[in-house]
Design a protein around this ligand. Structure first.
Ligand code: EPU
Length: 419
């Protein structure tokens, strides 16, 4: 069994380069299905979720050429089936984007119910509401989703809940629909804007992405023939920012969009860390033990749920008692059981957890339960005294490019070993 073996404690110091955003990449790749032609996508993170997305596109008939480890050319001229392989689509969450894209391109699709991290209930009712508003019929039976539309027509879609996936899916399905679609109560995450920018570069007419009302004027065709670079990963940048604070270190985090990091910056300053915003890089350092804080996860521009476990490591080490309220997912405190093995004092009750700060953590054998939990456990291992073994590496490999090398470069004693 593979594990990450980490020996700590380490004060992280130096520079780290942020990769392209996973959650933008896994939506942009399906979006290429809407193009009757070729496009090049660069700054793709080299992670297993991207490879899986590419395999699904290939199974549908797209031709993919890897130009280098972060750049691909996709030729979607010959999409020759509407059935996406179930053994691929059930492996991760973002396979739901195949539905919006294939409805737009072919007017039909069959996929499995999406898999992905176990964070509690993950319904897709708002995705279906969007497709149906545009004229599609959707059935969910025996773990399969079938969607069909003779013709997609623009309409108003009011999202009952702010959903990243449902917003992107509605945009994908609306791009080639006849007429105008208005998505109200849309999610505003940086990856929503990135998918809209990608589609607009290819000839779509989407306005308002990044606000809560998005207007999509349907166009006849997406032309392709151009290239697009994926936005830097907000969550990876935030992970390193919080690692700097947890380790009382000093990091220059390069190739990020600091505007996307404002909620994290605010909380780092609140716990006594320092942040210097350089526009396309951010300098984060801490010279003493963090102070306690109260966090509530919220849709963008609020504090991201995908940084909640990493923040949990900082608060485990903070002076006094901190509280985290998780408002997006029902079951995102599984990592706290692992931190407790390392000496943290955490009382998690449902969607709220109390952190009574301790002055140090100790190495232990810990098991990742999901992607962001893995990142948190790695940070905990780096700051803990002694040896930590982090297991279940398939989670971290889904979403962070070269994680151990990036941490090694800034001083961590971390290696991947096969037991
Ligand atoms: N929801 C519904 N109905 C729907 C869709 C969502 O009730 O039809 C609820 C969810 O149960 C949840 C809330 O709405 O309570 C928000 O869910 P959202 O749809 O925004 O989440 P998602 O699109 O499934 C994406 C990211 C997640 C991230 C969330 C929230 C991708 C592939 N995944 O998921 O990322 O936590 O947005 O920001 O973009 C991760 O990267 O580790 C990860 C889990």
């Amino acid at each position: 069994m593979e594990k990450l073996l980490i020996t700590g404690p380490t004060t992280l110091k130096g520079e780290v380069e942020i990769s392209g955003a996973k959650n933008a990449a896994v939506a942009i790749l399906p979006a290429t299905l809407l193009i009757d032609g070729v496009c090049t996508i660069s700054n793709l993170p080299n992670i297993s979720d991207v490879k899986l997305s590419c395999e699904i596109l290939e199974a549908l008939g797209a031709k993919i050429t890897w130009e280098d480890k972060n750049t691909i050319t996709v030729d979607s001229t010959n999409i020759n089936t509407t059935i996406a392989p179930l053994e691929l689509t059930n492996k991760f969450r973002a396979s739901y984007y195949i539905i919006g894209a294939m409805l737009g391109r072919k007017g039909a699709v069959q996929v499995s119910m999406p898999g992905g991290c176990q964070l509690g209930a993950r319904p897709i009712d708002q995705h279906i509401k969007g497709f149906e508003a545009l004229g599609a019929t959707v059935t969910v039976e025996k773990g399969l989703i079938n969607a069909k539309a003779e013709k997609l027509e623009g309409n108003s879609i009011y999202m009952d809940i702010v959903s990243v996936g449902a917003t992107i899916n509605a945009m994908l399905a609306a791009v080639l629909a006849e007429g105008t679609t208005v998505i109200d109560n849309a999610a505003k995450e940086p990856h929503i804007v990135d998918v809209a920018n990608f589609l607009n570069t290819m000839g779509a007419d989407i306005r308002g992405a990044g606000t809560d009302v998005i207007k999509v004027r349907g166009v006849e065709k997406l032309k392709g023939g151009t290239s697009y670079s994926v936005v830097p990963d907000q969550i990876e940048a935030g992970t390193f920012m919080l690692a700097a604070v947890a380790s009382q270190g000093d990091l220059l985090i390069k190739n990020c969009i600091t505007k996307h990091l404002e909620s994290i910056t605010a909380k780092i300053i609140e716990v006594g860390g320092h942040v210097e915003d350089n526009g396309d890089s951010i300098h984060v350092w801490a010279d003493k033990r963090p102070k306690h804080a109260t966090i509530k996860t919220l849709p963008y521009p609020g504090f991201p749920t995908d940084l909640q476990p990493q923040m949990g490591v900082v608060l485990s080490l903070a002076e006094g008692t901190s509280i985290i309220n998780e408002s997006i997912w029902d079951s995102r405190f599984q990592y706290t059981e692992e931190l407790i093995k390392m000496g943290a004092k955490i009382n998690a009750q449902g969607t709220r957890a109390f952190f009574e700060g301790v002055d140090h953590l100790e190495g232990a054998h810990v098991y990742s339960t999901d992607l962001r939990a893995s990142a948190a456990l790695i940070v905990a291992g780096i700051v803990a005294e002694g040896e930590t073994s982090v297991y279940n590496l398939e989670h971290i490999d889904r979403g962070y490019e070269n994680i151990e090398e990036k941490f090694r470069k800034i001083g961590a004693n971390i290696k991947r070993v096969n037991e």
